[in-house]
Design a protein around this ligand. Structure first.
Ligand code: ATP
Ligand code: MG
Length: 137
């Protein structure tokens, strides 16, 4: 059974949307198997998003991710990586399908409420970035 890393981003935690977002994951058959609320430093956000460091929005992205607490979770289910991305919707809320988290809650391409791992390799790296073996049962 597959696992993926989800982040409920600062724009969503600030608007008290954590429960509504988790409900969307659960309705789609994903199970929360690890969860914590943390406040990233800009350096930690930068390390997490290192793959984007050459992109023009990198500085803005790191500052945003460190602006307020986030909720990081491991979601488990059949095809969890793809299913999570389907429930999230497109990066840009204007392009996201009806019923998706980003369509309903995201404010912009940057402040888009959720992150989800995009491959098996990134899921493994991102889960290990936030959770120790002892926290994963
Ligand atoms: P995520 O990796 O957060 O799940 P994603 O895979 O849909 O989102 P990426 O292309 O990996 O999108 O971009 C990572 C994040 O960087 C986006 O979720 C968004 O918050 C931010 N971002 C992407 N493109 C832009 C942009 N043009 N302007 C501002 N922020 C952006
Ligand atoms: Mg991505």
């Amino acid at each position: 059974i597959e696992r993926t890393l989800s982040i409920i981003k600062p724009d969503a935690t600030k608007r008290n949307l954590t429960g509504k977002i988790v409900a969307k994951f659960e309705e789609a058959g994903l199970r929360v198997v690890a969860s914590k609320r943390i406040h990233l430093t800009p350096a930690q956000a930068g390390a997490f998003y290192a793959e984007h460091k050459e992109r023009g929005f990198y500085g803005e992205l790191c500052a945003f991710m460190a602006s307020e607490p986030v909720v990081v979770q491991v979601l488990e289910g059949e095809g969890a990586i793809a299913k999570n991305r389907e429930v999230m919707g497109a990066t840009d809320p204007a392009a996201a399908a009806d019923g998706t988290i980003r369509k309903e809650f995201a404010l912009s391409k940057g402040e888009n409420s959720v992150h989800g791992s995009d491959s098996e390799a990134s899921a493994a790296r991102e889960i290990a970035f936030f959770f120790s073996g002892l926290e994963l049962v």
